[in-house]
Design a protein around this ligand. Structure first.
Ligand SMILES: [Zn+2]
Ligand SMILES: [Zn+2]
Length: 262
């Protein structure tokens, strides 16, 4: 299996050295690990992400580890970029300036409100679910108008604290998948959801089924913020993918796709 979503301490909310992540992946029998640490240009998330000037050091560290552990595992490197319409030009600049293997894009903030932490109003169980989902779908939809990225990360993230999308929001997600399929982008099967209150991977099994019908490539990611969580619940991920009809996973090298047997 391959883990294309692990963080580093550069984002200020993950623990362990990059080498510890690589060693954990080897212990778990993974064939590829890809760092996909946070980069954001939004004020609200600035301190929970690396700074743009840290990107070269981060890329070099991953390349060094790839050479060092070449006989045991492939080490790749990419970025998880927070989508913000106001900063798309800067995203493009960073993406084009470095030799990255993959670029993921995600939405954690809605009008400056973090919907991912327990401390947020949404995380505390406040706010109207349909309103939050409508906003999230709207931002995701506009993200899909741009082309600086290869993978859509944790597709149905707002359900993290167990507030599932209503039928209206599920329709919205299905529409987004059509657009993702038409744009030939990949979707991430992110297993971190299995450890959150929702106890379900991102995307949900019905949405993953739709990905398979639309032949959308899927890449697996643990979203590990500590070495112990690298490759977490990947046995379940394999089952989910097989049930949806997948026979191959998708990896990335220098932003070119490659197939990996499941
Ligand atoms: Zn994070
Ligand atoms: Zn994320």
């Amino acid at each position: 299996m391959i883990d294309y979503h692990v963080h580093t301490s550069l984002c200020n909310h993950a623990t362990g050295s990059m080498e510890q992540y690589v060693r954990a992946a080897i212990t778990k029998g993974l064939t590829t690990i890809c760092f996909l640490d946070h980069l954001t240009f939004q004020e609200v998330g600035r301190y929970n992400a690396m700074f743009p000037w840290e990107v070269p050091m981060y890329v070099n560290a991953a390349r060094r580890l790839d050479r060092q552990y070449r006989d045991q595992i492939s080490v790749r490197v990419g970025l998880e970029i927070d989508f913000s319409p106001a900063h798309v030009d800067r995203c493009r600049e960073v993406v084009n300036a470095f030799d990255l293997d993959v670029v993921g894009s995600s939405v954690h903030f809605l009008d400056g409100e973090d919907v991912v932490t327990r401390q947020s109003a949404w995380g505390c169980g406040e706010r109207n679910a349909d309103e939050i989902y409508a906003k999230y779908l709207d931002v995701m939809e506009s993200m899909l108008d741009y082309d600086y990225f290869d993978v859509v990360c944790h597709f149905d993230l707002p359900k993290k604290y167990s507030r599932h999308p209503s039928a209206f929001a599920v329709d919205g997600f299905l529409n987004l998948l059509e657009k993702i399929g038409a744009k030939n982008l990949a979707v991430e099967l992110n297993t971190s959801g299995l450890s959150y209150p929702v106890r379900e991977a991102f995307p949900s099994p019905p949405l993953l089924d739709r990905c398979a019908q639309l032949r959308i490539p899927v890449v697996t990611g643990s979203d590990a913020h500590s070495p112990e969580t690298v490759g977490r619940d990947f046995d379940k991920a394999r089952d989910l993918l097989k049930e949806a009809g997948y026979r191959y996973l998708t990896g990335f090298s220098h932003r070119q796709r490659e197939s990996v047997a499941l």
